[in-house]
Design a protein around this ligand. Structure first.
Ligand SMILES: C[S@@+](CC[C@H](N)C(=O)[O-])C[C@H]1O[C@@H](n2cnc3c(N)ncnc32)[C@H](O)[C@@H]1O
Length: 261
């Protein structure tokens, strides 16, 4: 009995633990058989979409927003949510997002399962948990911000950052790096995007890494490896249907894995 309860508990993959704990009754889960099957589009497709887009990016938010519009056919922006008490949300403000498109990226520092997240989790509603317990801290203020910037500086090469830290500002260089502001679906608005975990392959062009809004925490020295030889976890938000201008993006904050390995 206890074993079966524990197994069921482990099947629940809460994306944002504290908020869901308080609002569990209002949240319908996304149910998938296995984490490997929880892919709306292939990893190759994610990589290709990012690669093509990043190669059009420059050093200005507006120019890059226009590049997203020209290439992908949509533009997204943050503004007050349609939900009462929903704070800020993310909206499609021009064009059309076709189903199966990478529409946003979840920015932040990546913590491996064995790295402590207790301190940064305090009063933090932006700590995203992946199915394998990797965490991504998408908070753009306070300790989280300081930590991200210090990891980014540590990994810089000849003064050049190997990741993007402008997601912490109002005008991120990578206009898709606002996934941390996407709200959970509600009774009124059902999910139109889903999280997809993606490991950036070592072959990803090094000159485009400066547009990736993620960096590894790597708190332990023994985890040190050449940054081009390891995979970097990213979480992208993929549209599950066509999304029209004026619509807010909504995801599902928790996933149930029905056949855990
Ligand atoms: C990852 S943040 C999303 C961005 C947030 N709206 C903001 O303004 O910073 C998660 C927080 O958003 C709010 N939130 C998300 N979905 C919501 C919903 N369906 N209804 C009300 N609040 C929601 C909760 O405060 C939650 O802790």
């Amino acid at each position: 009995m206890i074993k079966s309860l524990a197994r069921r508990w482990n099947q629940y993959k809460y994306r944002f633990v504290p908020w869901l704990a308080a609002n569990i009754n209002e949240s319908s889960p996304r149910i998938v058989e296995t984490v490997q099957l929880d892919k709306l589009i292939s990893d190759e497709d994610v990589e290709q979409q990012l690669n093509i887009l990043f190669s059009k990016f420059g050093s200005n938010h507006d120019v890059n927003s226009q590049a997203v519009l020209d290439l992908c056919g949509f533009r997204i922006n943050r503004k007050p949510s349609l939900l009462e008490d929903g704070g800020i949300g993310v909206f499609v403000d021009a064009g059309l997002v076709k189903s199966g498109t990478v529409v946003a990226i979840y920015p932040g520092a990546v913590y491996q399962p064995w790295e402590p997240v207790f301190l940064i989790s305090l009063r933090n509603s932006y700590l995203f948990r992946c199915a394998d317990s990797v965490h991504i801290d998408g908070k753009d203020k306070g300790l989280s911000r300081m930590m991200y910037n210090s990891f980014a500086r540590r990994d810089s090469l000849r003064g050049q950052l190997m990741c993007d830290n402008s997601w912490q500002t109002e005008y991120p260089l990578n206009p898709l790096a606002v996934g941390q502001y996407v709200n959970n679906q509600s009774n009124k608005f059902s999910a139109n995007v889903a999280y997809q975990e993606f490991d950036v392959p070592a072959k990803f062009p090094s000159h485009l890494r400066k547009y990736i809004p993620n960096t590894e925490a790597r708190l332990h020295q023994d985890m040190e490896q050449s940054m081009f030889n390891r995979l970097l976890r990213m979480v992208v938000l993929v549209s599950i249907r066509d999304i029209h201008p004026g619509e807010e993006l909504f995801s599902t904050y928790f996933t149930i894995v029905s056949k855990p390995s």
